[in-house]
Design a protein around this ligand. Structure first.
Ligand code: SAH
Ligand code: DHB
Ligand code: MG
Length: 253
């Protein structure tokens, strides 16, 4: 008998089992195990393994990068959205080792280009090698520097508007990234933001984590923006409990 069950058993006549923080943690661990197993099932069935993507993940681990890339089935999901969008021009904010970059760059329509923004030089070096190894050096333009510095340059160079924009860098700056995404969009552009649920933390207005605060302000900006039609989807899987926001630009910004 587990400790929590022993405790419950002591409360004879109690209508409900006694749930403790330990029970919640155990249940959470069980869910994570199941979500990971189901993600593996989905990926084995529908997301064929690929030498360039696999070596990207290997090189990212070896390079000491945090394992916070999108999951394989999420990468394919993003790529399919870009394909549906017939994207010729993609902007990604937050490259890491280039895993999502490679998924998205492969989804470009013929002659398309992808610009990806990364602040950390070590991440950028790993990503450049991975992108070249995937045969995508000719279509991917990696810009090193804080995105709030490289975004104005991209605008000044007239590189927009983008058909597809993936926001996945530092969460406190998401509100500013949304403003830039709007400036770099046209009617029909699709803006996707990762990590907007944060294990459900997003519904807590007093959350102490500045990342949750940034994501909440981002969601509020999206909600208040009449030039987009937006929704959000909660996800569970190998990356835990999180989600995406999708905003379709429906008016000329
Ligand atoms: N899109 C990637 C994961 C990105 S993780 C994938 O799914 O494979 C977030 C990345 O954003 C990290 O590499 C981090 O270094 C980068 N980052 C953090 N702050 C940034 C900033 N201000 N400007 C640009 N990139 C930033
Ligand atoms: C974190 C960042 C991400 O982009 C992500 O997908 C998961 C986690 C993080 O900073 O913890
Ligand atoms: Mg992310």
């Amino acid at each position: 008998m587990r400790a929590t069950e022993r405790l419950s058993a002591q409360f004879e006549g109690a209508r409900f089992p006694l749930f403790t923080a330990a029970t919640a943690r155990e249940n959470g661990a069980m869910s994570q195990e199941q979500w990971t197993a189901v993600d593996r099932y989905i990926t084995d069935l529908l997301v064929p393994s690929d030498p360039a993507l696999e070596s990207t993940l290997r090189a990212s681990v070896e390079g000491g990068l945090p394992a916070i890339n999108v999951a394989p089935n999420q990468g394919k999901f993003l790529a399919m959205l870009a394909q549906i969008q017939k994207a010729q021009n993609i902007l990604e904010i937050g490259t890491l080792g280039g895993y999502s970059t490679i998924w998205l760059a492969r989804a470009l329509s013929a002659g398309g280009r992808l610009i990806t923004l990364e602040a950390d030089p070590a991440h950028a070096n790993v990503a450049r090698a991975n992108i070249a190894n995937a045969g995508l050096a000719g279509v991917v333009d990696l810009r090193l520097g804080p995105a709030l510095e490289t975004l104005p340059q991209i605008a000044a160079e007239g590189l927009g508007p983008f058909d597809f924009i993936f926001i996945d860098a530092d969460k406190p700056a998401y509100p500013e990234y949304f403003e830039w995404a709007m400036k770099l969009s046209k009617r029909g552009s699709l803006i996707i933001a990762d990590n907007i649920i944060r294990q459900g933390g997003v519904i807590d207005p007093n959350h102490e984590d500045p990342r949750v605060h940034g994501v909440r302000r981002f969601n509020e900006l999206v909600a208040a923006e009449p030039r987009v039609s937006a929704t959000a989807i909660q996800t569970v899987g190998s990356k835990g409990y999180d989600g995406f926001v999708m905003a379709l630009v429906i008016a000329e910004p």
